[in-house]
Design a binder for this molecule. Structure first.
Ligand code: GL2
Length: 824
């Protein structure tokens, strides 16, 4: 009998043999099958069930302890959680991975095959959703009492495939056959209201009261997903709400023959949690989206209040001590008027007390400055969907303008217009960013530079009103998933060189810097990179049929497709290299594979054209014998967390090339550097802080700075000048208009050229092109020096310890949340 090996496994007391027996037990009793005929699905589910025995133990212990100690807790409100798979993550965090691998091997099962049975839980679009997932991992690991609240979407982010190079979207059905990690909690159902009208009534004392007569009641059913902290620490909960009709059937309608009408109401209620909006950094502006936001905020607030009342009854005085709510962007900002409604209308609190309480509870994180992503809701829509809330928003605004704005700037109507939560115009709008700032006690950006811009460019007057309200918390990523689990080879080397404490103390990685010049460590580090690249090359072959040379530079750009992220800058440079090769058959360059992964929002036309262009150009280059394998271009379909876990460990070069000032932080930049990739990047978002940590020798910075971007726009930017003055730019843009890449169909790729010339090139692609090409040249020359490159790669891993999400969480705790850890 083999005994458990890892210290965590020893702590859980399980042995390999016990785990084996448990898996078999669940194969029999939960799956109703047997070892000799079980499918991989059944093995996977049985293993999850066996693991869950320990997960649920941890969950019960954690919840009991929090309840007994009446802890102050964080409530993270987010419309998105990009969780990915939980199987190996939970095993790693429980310290059971090696043991499970062994137990399964003894049963004749490869653990990797079981991992592939799990659908990604893709309840998010990109960085914002993945950040939420990293944060709840860190909160549990650091033993902070916390609940994540969100929506239990039936369909997560769409699945992407390519048809003749064009993006095709298919629905994602992550829980079609049930998800083993979630627990339905019918005992905690909530009901919420929408539509209807507000009546003004007077009580016996003649006091005015507002009564909302809702038009529809909807049920919120909670699903709990245990969030397992690393190393036997807390097991917190992610609580996601599913919408249902409040009564299964409207019997009156049903009995009077309206079967279809009754069923339709059901369907409408269930639509609320049906799909995740696939937009990233654009405002959906749809009624259903507002209802989604309100639905989950109202359910979550009622859930928090129910729990609070269990301990404190009707005494609201301790509420702000016990409860802090973090608004992940403005998406959950409607929670502010909702809490006001509950306090004033339902708990009969007076306005001033209610507002004072609210302002101690909410904090708001801003994740973007892009104007198209700043949420604004038509007042008209609010009146229809949430008639009582719009009244409350008006009152919040009236008092804010009278008691704050008019005091600091007496009689200044322009200021009032600018700061008003209600934007005037033909179609008056509710500004959710303004509401979030006014209703919160802290507001943070997500990287140093972004937080500065939030203050200087987005909310300067709010800073004048409340200078202490604004702060920065630089993003981070969990090293458990983004290094330990996804890069086991490198993890092993790190265990040997810096000790095994790094997953919870990432600064320990800096010890690796001592070995940066050590030829042996360089060899080991680069051998690991080479093996990871070989694995990825196989995966690429499997998914795209493209052969790539695993010894080439793997140059990776993975992120949502957006003009500001400038995948087209990367593409123009690829075209320039291709052209140089065609013009000079002996063109000397280190062979490079450019790898893309990106989904475009289904309605974002130009983004989809960029995907099409990359695919068409890839096709041509990859099949052109004259290139002699110096250049390959791969667009990996269906980029998601699980694919990122395969790409990141294999990257040599990380593309972080957004227009300065546009990428709030980025988190992919951190994951790639952590796994030893050298960044080519602009001075934008967290790239700036990465550069500070790794030093200018170990990152290739290029392009305009934020101030230069502003100055260029102010002086009048004319992209045509770059087109006419730089023959390489002109040649590649003109190339796009021919039928070279789309035989017989000239003009098919011209959308990019048009956006850069007639469209004015809003993201300064042409202005940064030359400097980008130079940075890429530098990468090429750096890579030729093997030892030099190994040193840079090692130093990237060694020096980015700052970017663990544990540090972000500690920053939030000390600057915003004021929590105390609670050991379980
Ligand atoms: C984003 C930012 O664009 C991105 O730079 C940042 O890293 C993440 C997390 O803070 O937030 N903002 C946003 O709306 N999305 C992001 O990814 N979707």
């Amino acid at each position: 009998m083999k005994k458990a090996t890892s210290p965590q496994a020893a702590a859980t007391g399980a042995t390999t043999e016990q785990l084996k027996q448990n898996i078999i037990k669940h194969l029999h009793s939960s799956l109703g099958t047997d070892v000799n005929k079980a499918s991989s699905q059944a093995w996977w589910r049985a293993t999850c069930a066996a693991v869950n025995e320990q997960v649920f133990d941890g969950l019960r212990n954690t919840q009991r302890t929090h309840y007994q100690q009446d802890t102050r807790a964080l409530h993270y409100f987010s419309l998105e959680y990009l969780m990915g798979r939980l199987f190996s993550n939970n095993l790693h965090n429980l310290g059971l991975f090696e043991q499970a691998k062994l137990a399964l091997a003894e049963l004749g099962i490869k653990i990797a095959d079981l991992e592939d049975q799990e659908e990604d839980m893709a309840l998010g679009n990109g960085g914002l959703g993945r950040l939420a997932a990293c944060f709840i991992d860190s909160l549990a690991t650091l033993n902070y009492p916390a609940v994540g609240y969100g929506i239990h979407y039936e369909h997560g982010l769409f699945k992407q495939s390519f048809q003749d190079g064009r993006q095709i979207e298919r629905p994602d059905s992550w829980r079609e056959y049930a998800n083993p990690w979630e627990i339905c909690r019918p005992e905690s159902v909530q009901e919420i209201s929408v539509y209807g009208y507000v009546e003004t009534v007077y009580d016996l004392q003649g006091l005015m009261k507002k009564v909302w007569h809702p038009g529809r009641i909807i049920k919120g059913v909670p699903w709990d997903i245990p969030v397992v902290g690393y190393n036997g620490s807390s097991v917190n909960v992610l609580r996601l709400w599913e919408s249902r009709a409040s009564d299964f059937f409207n019997w009156d309608v049903f009995n009077s023959g309206g079967y279809i009408d009754a069923a339709r109401e059901n369907i409408e209620a269930e639509t609320i949690s049906k799909v995740l909006y696939p937009n990233d950094e654009t405002d959906a502006g749809k009624e259903l989206r507002l209802i989604q936001q309100y639905f989950f905020c109202s359910c979550s607030l009622k859930d928090i209040i129910r729990r609070y009342k269990r301990a404190h009854g009707d005494d609201w005085s301790k509420f702000p001590q016990q409860v802090v709510i973090q608004l992940n962007d403005t998406h959950p900002a409607v929670a502010i008027p909702e809490l006001m409604r509950i306090l004033v209308d339902r708990a009969d609190m007076n306005w001033d007390d209610a507002w004072a309480l609210c302002q101690q509870v909410f904090a708001y994180t801003n994740h973007t400055l892009l104007p198209e992503a700043l949420e604004r809701w038509p007042v008209r829509l609010f009146e229809k969907v949430l008639p009582r809330h719009i009244e409350i928003i008006y009152e919040i605004n009236r008092r804010f303008l009278a008691e704050q704005v008019d005091v600091l700037w007496p009689g200044d109507h322009a200021k009032k217009r600018k700061l008003s939560i209600i934007e005037e115009g033909d179609e008056p709008m509710v500004r959710m960013g303004h509401l979030s700032v006014v209703g919160s006690f802290k507001v943070n950006g997500v990287a140093e530079i972004h937080s500065k811009l939030v203050q200087s460019d987005l909310f300067p007057e709010m800073v004048a009103l409340w200078p202490d309200k604004f702060t920065n918390v630089t993003n981070g990523v969990t090293p458990r998933r983004w290094l330990k689990a996804c890069n086991p080879r490198l993890s092993k080397l790190l265990d040997e060189k810096v000790g095994t404490g790094w997953p919870v103390n990432l600064k320990l990685l800096s010890k690796l810097a001592d070995y940066a010049d050590d030829p042996q460590v360089q060899d080991s580090f680069m051998a690991i990179k080479q093996q990871n690249k070989a694995d990825l090359a196989k995966e690429i072959k499997k998914l795209t049929r493209i052969d790539i040379d695993p010894t080439a530079i793997f140059d990776i750009q993975i992120k949502r497709l957006h003009e500001y992220k400038r995948q087209h800058l990367n593409l123009l440079h690829i075209l320039a290299l291709y052209r140089r090769i065609l013009q000079n058959p002996d063109y000397d360059m280190v062979p490079r594979v450019f790898i893309f992964g990106a989904k475009a929002a289904p309605g974002y036309k130009l983004a989809k054209e960029i995907i099409y262009a990359i695919n068409k150009i890839a096709d041509k280059i990859n099949n052109d014998k004259r290139v002699k394998n110096r250049l390959k271009v791969v667009f990996m379909p269906n980029y998601r967390v699980t694919l990122a876990e395969k790409l990141i460990p294999a990257a040599d070069v990380s593309e972080q090339i957004s227009t300065a000032g546009k990428e709030a932080s980025g988190t992919g930049n951190m994951k790639l550097a952590l796994n030893g990739a050298v960044t080519v990047g602009t001075l934008d978002g967290a790239n700036i802080e990465i550069a500070e940590e790794v030093g200018s020798d170990n990152i290739a910075i290029f392009g305009l700075t934020v101030d230069e971007v502003k100055a260029l726009h102010a002086s009048g930017y004319h992209s045509h000048e770059y087109y006419h003055n730089n023959p390489e730019i002109k040649a590649v843009l003109d190339w796009l208009e021919t039928d070279y890449f789309t035989p017989g169909k000239p003009g098919e790729l011209s959308a990019i050229k048009h956006s850069l010339l007639e469209g004015g090139d809003p993201y300064l692609v042409l202005a940064d092109f030359e400097s980008y090409a130079k940075a890429q040249q530098l990468i090429d020359s750096w890579y030729r020096d093997k030892a030099g490159w190994a040193k840079k790669a090692i130093l990237n891993t060694a020096l980015v310890g700052k970017f663990t999400s544990d540090r972000s969480i500690e920053d939030y705790v000390s600057k915003v949340w004021q929590l105390t850890p609670c050991k379980i």
